[in-house]
Ligand binder design. Structure first.
Ligand SMILES: *Cc1c(COP(=O)(O)O)cnc(C)c1O
Length: 359
């Protein structure tokens, strides 16, 4: 029996993944030089499809890294001289903050308990913070930050960088890149691919800062994947190190598939499927939504408290070939996490809702 994965990452593979993998093999793309025109054309195709899908303007570059968590370090090294500011409400936003400490930055934090979200009006940005680090979708707790609030933060703090972790939501959030300096994701969540590639979207202002910081003796922007070197290579549709050609190729093809479906359709369908899941969780006696305030409820990762041990629910569903996520950290035994990414169809989510209803 083939399982269906509703796990929040690694997640279900997008249905066309296998076809694209086969084409990659048939065309022997795993052996081409990463300094060849054939590679540059492949790289360019992926960047162009992502630009179209996410409305990324020419002021921003699209760069390829090893993972999303690598991007945390790249942003902190290249865009922060002294101080960063972090909105923390779960494990992933906390790790971004921890990276800042590890890199000897002075990190400010506004922290909320797991399950709670942030609203623009309550956020006080420290005067000397250089970058505001926001997690659009906190995967550990199923909390999202409304995109309008993220945009307002930049409008109110135009002299600071706004950095958005959209790892477990992209391409869902409709970010306006005139108000976002940098954003990033990895491919094993909503893009429905195996892990191994991070995508870093970053603007010219960040590049200018990295070039300035690079000249300081008292500071390092790092040796591996520093922003000016990444950028210089990206202008030629290349990468400094030998890249993950397979993932870059398949990401381009899946982004093309998403473009064919249409981003508006993907967003609407995401909201429709999330509605089905939240409805079930609300109605059913065995569950309730962990995130109480609707505007903070993630559309891509639904987290539910379970009456019984969550392992009982998880194994009941597993018997039917439905694989769902457990709670994160301290909530492992008392919650389930249900991914709602483009790879799972309305029919599959309806099947999951039915199966959960019968638990
Ligand atoms: C998964 C995840 C990450 C880490 O991504 P990696 O590809 O494992 O580095 C970072 N932030 C969020 C919100 C995530 O869900």
């Amino acid at each position: 029996m083939q399982n269906t994965f509703f796990t929040p990452g690694p997640a279900a593979l997008f249905p066309t993944f296998e076809k694209h993998l086969k084409t990659f093999m048939d065309r022997q793309l795993g052996s081409i030089s990463h300094r060849s025109q054939q590679y540059r054309d492949l790289h360019r195709f992926t960047v162009e499809q992502l630009r179209m899908l996410l409305s990324i303007p020419d002021t921003h570059q699209v760069l390829f890294l090893g993972s999303a968590s690598e991007t945390w370090e790249r942003i902190l090294l290249n865009c922060v001289e002294h101080e960063s500011f972090h909105l923390v409400n779960g494990s992933f936003s906390k790790k971004f903050y921890d990276y800042a400490h590890a890199l000897h930055k002075f990190a400010h934090v506004y922290e909320k308990p797991m399950g709670e979200g942030f609203d623009f009006a309550e956020i006080e940005v420290p005067e000397y913070a250089e970058v505001i680090c926001i997690t659009h979708n906190e995967t550990s707790s199923g909390v999202q930050m409304p995109v309008a609030d993220i945009h307002k933060l930049k409008a109110k703090n135009p002299d600071k960088f706004v950095a958005v972790d959209m790892v477990s939501s992209a391409p869902y959030p409709a970010l306006d890149y005139s108000l976002i300096d940098t954003a990033f994701f990895s491919v094993q969540k909503a893009f429905g691919m195996p892990a191994g590639l991070g995508v870093w979207i970053v603007n010219e202002a960040c590049l200018a800062k990295a070039e300035r910081l690079r000249k300081y003796d008292s500071l390092t922007i790092g040796a591996h994947h520093d922003l000016p070197t990444l950028w210089k290579n990206a202008l030629k549709y290349e990468t400094p190190a030998t890249p993950n050609v397979m993932a870059i190729y398949i990401l381009g093809k899946i982004a093309e598939d998403f473009n064919r479906i249409g981003i508006e359709t993907i967003r609407k369908e995401t909201e429709h499927k999330a509605g089905l899941l939240y409805n079930l969780v609300k109605k059913h006696n065995n569950f309730d939504a962990f995130v109480k305030i609707p505007r903070h409820q993630s559309q891509t990762v639904v987290v539910a408290n379970t009456k019984k041990e969550s392992s009982a629910v998880i194994s009941k569903l597993k018997e039917k070939g439905l694989i769902i996520g457990s709670g994160y950290g301290e909530f492992k035994g008392s919650q389930v996490r249900l991914a709602n990414f483009p790879a799972t169809s309305v029919a599959q989510i309806e099947g999951l809702v039915k199966a959960l209803g019968e638990v």
